[in-house]
Design a protein around this ligand. Structure first.
Ligand code: SF4
Ligand code: SF4
Length: 360
């Protein structure tokens, strides 16, 4: 077999798997793919069906011995090149796109080996090359949303369970924490470029948490520790983001606008506040405001500007994160529900359908 063939097939498979950085037939793809996958792993990854499948089925597709294929899939899951889960007592392997998926898994352990640095450089080069070719990403329907800082919410308004981080902490199990892959990638590329925000604040829930705990990509945390991580993130001015669904969330990231892909992608849109939002917006009380401008400095979207006394909000930029309110020394800001805000899709299936209806 031509040694280049598995990587060509992998490129086509990663193109089908889509995501923010799909497979693209450019030199940077092959440099990266050869560093991440052995030829055998590339072959197996390309042959994986798009739904979770046991090793036996993938071996049938390849016409290979199931035990050999299972060994390769296990090594791939350990390296974060696919995901794995137990369903009804049977292990299944799940193909994942580069983003969200393989790129993040590479950095969530927070290690700083020579290999990590090389992978970070190759991923960075690939992302830059894809951005140059494809142009700035356009968000037609948000796949992520912001969850507002809970203590900043209007105490008299209606608050849905999906607006409350505490709901996800209380009801989901297990919960894991890992290193923020976006900030860690920056650290691996350039120690000086790190913004200094907390690193170990990326949280996974349910099936996703099982995977990162099993593969030692992250570690399990108690509900109290999860609450403490959220508190530290809020104090540092980080934005809670998650998948744009009400139930079945798999992560809560705590994002900075300088490194995090979710916020950076939203900030590239003409109206960032429509591309990524919690459905809330800040309302300032001029009688309480002392004009200190802490909120203007903390805002990750540059949605606040100096007014005559109280700052002004640009709703087309505002994510509704509540970072301004939580840092206000005078408690002059309350987050109120926006009357025009759509509900997030109920679950992953509803999100997929919403995305499909836009592309058809
Ligand atoms: S942080 Fe609070 S007190 Fe300071 S300018 Fe903003 S709203 Fe006013
Ligand atoms: S004004 Fe800025 S800090 Fe306040 S909710 Fe909007 S995006 Fe967040």
């Amino acid at each position: 077999m031509n040694p280049e063939e598995p990587y060509k097939r992998l490129c086509r498979a990663m193109e089908r798997r889509g995501g923010r950085y799909p497979g693209m037939d450019i030199p940077e793809f092959y440099s990266l793919a050869e560093a991440l996958f052995t030829p055998e792993e590339a072959e197996v990854c390309a042959a994986m069906p798009e739904r979770p499948a046991p090793a036996l089925l993938i071996a049938e597709v390849l016409g290979r011995d199931p035990e050999d294929v299972e060994g390769i899939l296990e090594a791939m899951a350990d390296k974060g090149l696919c995901s794995a889960r137990i369903k009804e007592g049977r292990r299944e392997y799940v193909p994942v796109p580069f983003v969200p998926g393989i790129f993040e898994f590479q950095f969530m352990r927070g290690t700083t080996t020579e290999r990590d640095r090389r992978i970070a450089r190759l991923i960075h080069a690939y992302k830059e090359a894809v951005d140059r070719k494809a142009g700035p990403p356009k968000i037609t329907f948000p796949t992520e949303r912001v969850i507002p800082i809970e203590k900043s919410l209007d105490s008299e308004g209606q608050v849905h369970t999906y607006d409350q981080v505490s709901y996800y902490i209380d009801h989901y199990k297990p919960i894991a924490v890992s290193t923020c892959f976006c900030r860690h990638e920056e650290r691996l590329l350039d120690e000086e470029g790190h913004c200094g925000k907390p690193d170990n604040v990326c949280m996974q829930f349910g099936v996703a948490a099982h995977f990162v705990i099993d593969r030692k990509i992250g570690r399990e945390v108690s509900k109290d520790e999860a609450r403490e991580i959220l508190r530290r993130s809020e104090e540092a001015g980080l934005v809670h983001t998650s998948r744009n669904i009400q139930e079945g969330i798999d992560f809560i990231c705590n994002c900075c606008p300088c490194h995090c892909m979710i916020l950076r992608t939203a900030l590239l849109q003409p109206k960032p506040g429509l591309a990524l939002s919690s459905g809330f917006s800040p309302v300032l009380d001029p009688d309480r405001c002392v004009g200190c401008d802490t909120c203007v400095e903390r805002c990750p979207a540059q949605a606040l500007s100096l007014g005559d006394w109280t700052p002004r909000v640009d709703l087309e930029r505002c994510f509704g994160c509540g970072v301004c309110a939580s840092g206000c020394p005078s408690e002059a800001i309350e987050m109120k529900a926006r009357p025009d805000a759509p509900e997030p899709p109920k679950d992953r299936k509803a999100l997929r359908e919403a995305l499909k209806s836009l592309s058809s």
